[in-house]
Design a protein around this ligand. Structure first.
Ligand code: 2IO
Length: 408
């Protein structure tokens, strides 16, 4: 009997992609998916090549995947001098005093969201903390009203669904575009006001920054705001929950991190290597390219499989083990252009928020660890992850020693 064709669109793959990565790397390192006519690359070497050879592999894919919901071009779509200039503006908004202020806001948000759960000794790290935290922190960075977070979370979900979908029904597509249009309508009056009354938030910086002596249009600013909203929100709750899941599942490493919070950057970097929240990065082959003897035609959509690349034994020893002490992790480099893991991508478009992400995760984890004494999985809950493009736990119900309410 003929072997049924393996598909990355199958339920089996969605249930646990990690089980399939070794086979893909070894047998079909260039996997063609006929239903969406795209090529999936799983070897570390090939993925790094695609992400760093900008001439041969462009980000043109984002025109269809991102622009309709971003309401304009995102940073990753830009090239040359425009890209360098606008990237600098965004990076500057995430460094120095700006970063220090953002981290204070991260701490305050996390403490406030945690408070009601502490006396109960029970919380869902994804839905009670991670998701609201991710949106509220992003709103603070942008300088948008924290009070609107529930509404913005719903619009963000529609935008994120659009950029991360491998297949989308016309109904879902309509819903996603509707979310994006409402979000844009919410942002436009804010942008117009900030132009006249700038503060030191990211929206004000985008409004007042000049590129070649010309200010950015409302459309340009809107797109970069939605870009930052999605990029800072979508992977954050996933990374936080995965970090805690791995530490709980490896009690000796959890104990070590508790004793020495200086190990947190290594624990975060290893979480990003082991289970990257962004699993796929799309590119367009500008000319025919050969990988491991297979030709990808010019014009093809190529998906870099970050999860598979990060578990390639050619890049990491014993890749399927979670080990915050692994000598080949290179913690200090893990949040920089020299990172060996590919969770932040690689090359010119490598994540601009990497340093912010590290600081955000480190701050929240350092706050949580001493509060969550005796932390463990709540019995009876079945662990489940979802998502092919961005992936993380659906929920993470935890039990811990209740913290008595502070006397007022
Ligand atoms: C927003 C997948 C959330 C980015 C994207 C259309 C462009 C770019 C990414 C990440 C994370 C998102 N792509 N961030 O993969 O800005």
């Amino acid at each position: 009997m003929a072997q049924p064709q393996f598909s990355v669109l199958s339920e089996e793959f969605a249930a646990d992609p990690y089980r399939h990565f070794a086979r893909l790397r070894e047998r079909t390192p260039v996997h063609h998916e006929p239903a969406i006519d795209s090529y999936f690359l799983s070897r570390h070497r090939d993925v790094r090549r695609v992400l760093t050879d900008h001439e041969a592999f462009s980000t043109e894919t984002l025109q269809a995947r991102a622009e309709p919901v971003m309401r304009g071009p995102v940073l990753a779509q830009m090239t040359g001098a425009e890209h360098t200039a606008k990237r600098k503006i965004v990076i500057r908004a995430f460094t120095g005093q700006a970063l220090a202020d953002q981290i204070r806001a991260v701490h305050a948000n996390a403490a406030e969201l945690m408070a009601p759960f502490l006396p109960r000794g029970r919380m869902d790290l994804v839905n009670d903390l991670g998701k609201p935290l991710a949106v509220r922190v992003t709103l603070d960075v942008l300088g948008l009203e924290r009070a609107h977070w529930r509404q913005v979370a719903l619009w963000h979900a529609g935008v994120a669904e659009f950029i991360t979908a491998l297949t989308l029904t016309p109904e879902r597509r309509r819903h996603c575009l509707d979310c994006a249009e409402r979000l844009e309508a919410h942002l436009l009056p804010v942008i117009r006001h900030r132009r006249g009354h700038p503060g030191d938030d990211l929206i004000s910086r985008l409004c007042t920054a000049e590129f070649d002596g010309v200010a950015m249009s409302d459309r340009d600013v809107t797109a970069l705001i939605i870009n930052v909203l999605a990029a800072a929100t979508e992977p954050a709750d996933k990374t936080l929950a995965l970090l805690f899941k791995h530490l709980i599942d490896h009690p000796e490493q959890l104990a070590q991190v508790r004793r020495d919070p200086g190990l947190l950057p290594a624990a975060i970097a290893e979480t990003l290597r082991f289970t990257p929240p962004v699993q796929l990065v799309p590119r367009r082959a500008e000319r025919a390219a050969v990988f491991a003897g297979t030709t990808v035609p010019a014009g093809a959509t190529v998906f870099c499989m970050i999860g598979a690349a990060n578990r390639d034994p050619e890049a990491f020893t014993d890749p399927d083990a979670f080990d915050i002490h692994r000598p080949d992790l290179g913690t200090a480099r893990s949040f920089s252009a020299a990172a060996e893991h590919l969770a932040f991508g690689a090359g010119l478009h490598q994540c601009v928020g990497a340093a912010f992400a590290r600081a955000e995760m480190e701050t929240v984890a350092a706050l949580l660890l001493p509060l969550l004494d005796g932390v463990r999985h709540a019995p009876g809950s079945r662990y489940r992850e979802s998502g092919l493009y961005t992936r993380g736990p659906v929920s993470l119900p935890l039990l811990f020693t209740p913290v008595p309410q502070p006397t007022p």
